[in-house]
Design a protein around this ligand. Structure first.
Ligand SMILES: C[S@@+](CC[C@H](N)C(=O)[O-])C[C@H]1O[C@@H](n2cnc3c(N)ncnc32)[C@H](O)[C@@H]1O
Length: 200
C-alpha cells in the first residue's frame, strides 16, 4: 500500500488489532465506521471478537426469526442495526436457559443471590481489589503468642469491621494461626484457623 493511500484524508483507514483480547478496540473502530479486523491466538478471544464485530453486521437491519417475534411483528416491523439479532439472542438464550433448567436444574441448589455473596465472589475472583487490613499487636511475655487487631472493610457487608488474629509458635517447625471477625449480624466468631508445618 502506498503512503498516500494509507493516509488519504478522504478515506477512513482500516483498523487491525492483532492482539484483540476482549475486542474493545476493534468494536470501537467499527462503531466509528472504520473497516475493522481482529485476531488473537486465544480461541476464546477469537470467538468473542466474532460475536462482537463479525456476526452482528451480517444481520444488520434484519428482522428476528424466532416464532414469537414473527407473530407480533406482522409485516410492518422495522429493525434497526442489530435489534432483530438481539431479539433472537434473547429468545433463544431464554429457551436454552429453560431447557438447561428442565434437564439439569435439579442438580443445583435454589439460592437467592444477595449482595453479600456477590461481593465475596468479586473478592475471590479478583474483580474488586481485595481489602487492605492494617493491624497492630505484640508478642506476649513468653514470646510464643502474638495477638494483633485492626480494621478493614468487610467484603461480606461492605462496612468497616474489626478483625483479630493470633499466631502461636508451637515449636520451630509448627505455627498455628487463628482469625476472628464479625459475622453478618455483627457477632464475633472464629472465621479461620490454619496450622503451618515447616517442610523438610
Ligand atoms: C492484553 S490482551 C488485549 C486486550 C485488548 N487489546 C483490549 O483492549 O481489550 C492481550 C491479548 O494478546 C493475545 N496474544 C498474546 N500473544 C499473542 C500472539 N503472539 N499472537 C496473537 N495474540 C496474542 C492474548 O491472547 C490476549 O488476548
Amino acid at each position: 500500500m502506498k503512503l498516500f493511500e494509507l493516509f488519504d484524508r478522504h478515506k477512513l483507514p482500516a483498523f487491525h488489532d492483532p492482539f484483540a483480547g476482549g475486542g474493545a478496540l476493534p468494536l470501537e473502530a467499527q462503531r466509528l465506521g472504520l473497516v475493522s479486523c481482529a485476531s488473537d491466538l486465544n480461541p476464546v478471544a477469537v470467538l468473542i471478537n466474532k460475536a462482537m464485530i463479525e456476526i452482528p453486521p451480517k444481520f444488520a437491519g434484519k428482522p428476528p426469526v424466532n416464532p414469537e417475534a414473527r407473530k407480533k411483528m406482522g409485516h410492518s416491523g422495522s429493525w434497526k442495526g442489530a435489534q432483530g439479532l438481539a431479539e433472537d439472542v434473547r429468545y433463544y438464550g431464554q429457551w436454552m436457559r429453560d431447557e438447561a433448567e428442565k434437564r439439569i436444574g435439579h442438580l443445583y441448589p435454589k439460592v437467592k443471590i444477595t449482595t453479600a455473596p456477590v461481593s465475596f465472589l468479586k473478592l475471590v475472583t479478583g474483580q474488586q481489589s481485595g481489602p487492605v487490613m492494617f493491624m497492630t499487636g505484640k508478642w506476649d511475655a513468653t514470646g510464643k503468642v502474638m495477638t494483633w487487631s485492626g480494621t478493614m472493610v468487610d467484603p461480606m457487608t461492605n462496612k468497616p469491621a474489626k478483625f483479630t488474629q493470633k499466631v502461636t509458635v508451637v515449636d520451630n517447625d509448627h505455627h498455628n494461626w487463628e482469625m476472628w471477625g464479625p459475622d453478618m449480624t455483627g457477632k464475633n466468631y472464629k472465621m479461620m484457623e490454619a496450622s503451618y508445618t515447616r517442610s523438610k
